[in-house]
Ligand binder design. Structure first.
Ligand SMILES: Cc1cc2nc3c(=O)[nH]c(=O)nc-3n(C[C@H](O)[C@H](O)[C@H](O)COP(=O)(O)O)c2cc1C
Length: 212
């Protein structure tokens, strides 16, 4: 049985025992909900995905499981960077897990992802006395970094891992929104990866997300 609903009309109930297809206005594509629950939303923020090795491979791998993942490429959907707050909020509401995937740029995320957080995570929706749409949602990061893990370790201080520190604004954000923050999956030394490493890490990444 297939039912068409606009995401603008209603929030989809979590437990649905039959296959349900929902037309997503944002990209006009189908979102399948199965008896196993809602899909995972992967928000990908890579300014040049066509020139990417790691993030492109991750997207290709995730695309092999269309019943499990919705890939949402910010730089492709918003080339003008004019983010539609309502559409993004509905998209997040329709998923029970959220992954933010990006290459590390100057020890931070690319700017469109930061803008996306600023625009979408609003008072009354993400936080505040009535803002609970991210509450208990499982959230994690998928990050590629050009520097090797050993080179990052130079910046560690006693008892403090530099990568944990760099990702701490995300941890704080998702603690603030009462989400279920599940840390990150990282691909270090990402500038000239071997095919073998790309293959094995892509599978690890998918397993990491599925295990959340
Ligand atoms: C503007 C810019 C800034 C970067 N800053 C960092 C950085 O701070 N730390 C790091 O490890 N890699 C840095 N890199 C390297 C990227 O993280 C790396 O090229 C990317 O993760 C590789 O993934 P991809 O194959 O999906 O593009 C930077 C790259 C660019 C273009």
């Amino acid at each position: 049985m297939v039912l068409k609903l606009s995401l603008y009309d209603k929030i989809i109930p979590y437990s649905i025992s039959y296959q349900l297809s929902v037309t997503l206005p944002i990209e006009n594509r189908l979102l399948s909900l199965t008896k196993n629950g809602m899909k995972t939303l992967i928000v990908v923020a890579h300014p040049e995905l066509t020139n990417s090795n790691v993030n492109k491979k991750w997207v290709d791998e995730l695309n092999q499981y269309p019943d499990k993942f919705t890939i949402h490429q910010l730089y492709q959907v918003y080339p003008d960077e004019k983010i539609d707050k309502e559409k993004e909020q509905k998209l997040i509401e329709a998923h029970d897990k959220l992954i933010l995937q990006f290459p590390m740029y100057w020890f931070n995320c690319p700017p469109l992802l930061k803008k996306w957080l600023d625009v979408v995570f609003t008072y009354g929706w993400a936080y505040g006395s009535k803002g609970n749409m991210l509450k208990d949602k499982k959230v994690a990061l998928g990050i590629s970094a050009g520097i090797s893990e050993e080179d990052f370790a130079v910046y560690n201080t006693p008892g403090c891992n530099i990568f944990d520190q760099l990702t701490s604004p995300f941890k704080a954000t998702f603690t603030y929104t009462k989400s279920d923050y599940r840390s990150y999956f990282a691909f270090f030394d990402a500038n000239e990866p071997t095919v073998e490493k790309l293959e094995s890490k892509a599978k690890e990444y998918v397993n990491f997300i599925l295990s959340l």
